[in-house]
Design a protein around this ligand. Structure first.
Ligand SMILES: NC(=O)c1ccc[n+]([C@@H]2O[C@H](COP(=O)([O-])OP(=O)(O)OC[C@H]3O[C@@H](n4cnc5c(N)ncnc54)[C@H](O)[C@@H]3O)[C@@H](O)[C@H]2O)c1
Length: 342
């Protein structure tokens, strides 16, 4: 009911986002979303977190096992395209983190309409619901891929040049964000590098290579294997989000650059060495638009105090030892963000 909460929306806007007693995370059963749910429950010890997730192939209920134990998680199995449901779920005090998306580049060539619907249109529906209810802030997860292939680092003002239907849909989602900002909604945008860590779906590079090495098979290099990627550990991304929640400026956009850049071939060597396996390569046909590199200028996040610390080797070890990255398993005092003092 759009009108039912309108009376309290002005009061909610004047509150700090750090007072948020309720948090909504879309796509919270996926890789990044579930880590953030754990972290948010830990930072805000009294907050309730609502996850809206359509539970596509990319979601995993196991990702939310620790969060469920908190007793403060509400899990809603639904699409972000469900306008009426979102309007019903969102309350005027809520901090909203929007991660729900189709996220795999090769799949986007097979079904660009799906990516357009979920990533662009789904974002529009979510933003409209958030605006109609009057939340203080939405944090949206975009990607470094909106800038396209880069040989020099892109800063937040660099032009978009997406080369895949996935990147196109994320760039178009940012168009929806411009509209929402013009209409008065405060939206923070993050454009992270290639995020890696436990819980990532096995279709993605590092889990796929670990699986190949575990089964004694050669690493498959698409094309020449010299495509370079910057890798951002999930633990570093979580820290970046914490800084943004604490200090992010209204309507700001932030690149979140990872600690290390390697070619796909170098990543295979790191994994082989960590697993004490011989590194054998098999060359397979390149995928469409397999960009040479995505490079980010991270100065704006650095000014907030962000420094990525975790390298690829460390993340590979974490994945191999089966550490599923439970940020909230034992929330120590140092992890907590005092709502009053933040
Ligand atoms: N992983 C990366 O390297 C990376 C880098 C930059 C940005 N991002 C962005 O971060 C976000 C999360 O990425 P991820 O790697 O965790 O993805 P993921 O594929 O692991 O998770 C996506 C989640 O969204 C859910 N979902 C899909 N369609 C939905 C819909 N219509 N309604 C509700 N939920 C839906 C899925 O069920 C899944 O749980 C995405 O927006 C992605 O574009 C990811």
């Amino acid at each position: 009911m759009p009108g039912k909460k309108a009376g309290s929306s002005e009061a909610a806007k004047s509150r700090s986002i750090h007072d948020a007693p309720g948090i909504l995370v879309t796509g919270g059963a996926g890789f990044i979303g579930s880590h953030l749910v754990d972290a948010l429950l830990s930072w805000f010890p009294t907050a309730r977190v609502t996850v809206v997730d359509a539970f596509t192939y990319a979601a995993n209920a196991e990702n939310l096992v620790n969060a469920r134990r908190s007793g403060r998680l509400r899990l809603v199995r639904a699409s972000v395209e469900d306008r009426a449901l979102l309007r019903d779920l969102i309350t005027p005090e809520m901090l909203v983190l929007h991660l729900a998306a189709e996220s795999h580049v090769p799949r986007s060539f097979a079904d660009p309409d799906l990516f357009d619907r979920v990533n662009r249109h789904g974002t529009r529906v979510l933003l409209e619901a958030a605006r109609s209810v009057g939340v203080p802030r939405v944090i949206h997860f975009s990607t470094d891929e909106v800038y396209g292939s880069r040989l020099s680092p892109a800063d937040e003002t660099s032009p978009f040049a997406p080369t895949s239907p996935y990147a196109r849909s994320k760039a178009d989602a940012e168009g929806e964000i411009r509209n929402a900002r013009n209409a008065g909604l405060d939206v923070t945008v993050l454009r992270p590098s290639n995020v890696i860590g436990p819980r990532q779906h096995k279709e993605k590079l590092i889990p796929r290579f670990i699986e190949l090495a575990q089964s004694g098979r050669a690493f498959q290099l698409e094309g020449d294997g010299d495509q370079r990627r910057t890798f951002l550990a999930i633990s570093d991304l979580v820290q970046a989000v914490r800084l943004i929640v604490q200090k992010g400026a209204p309507n700001a956009t932030y690149n979140v650059a990872g600690a290390e850049t390697f070619s796909v071939r170098e990543v295979a060597r790191i994994i082989a060495s960590a697993m004490e396996k011989t590194c054998r390569f098999e060359h397979v046909a390149d995928r469409p638009a397999n960009d040479r590199a995505y490079l980010l200028d991270g100065a704006k996040m650095a000014a907030l105090g962000f420094q990525p610390r975790t390298g690829v080797q460390e993340v590979v070890r974490e994945i191999m030892t089966g550490d599923r990255g439970a940020h909230a398993a034992l929330p120590g005092r140092e992890r907590r963000m005092s709502i009053a003092a933040a």
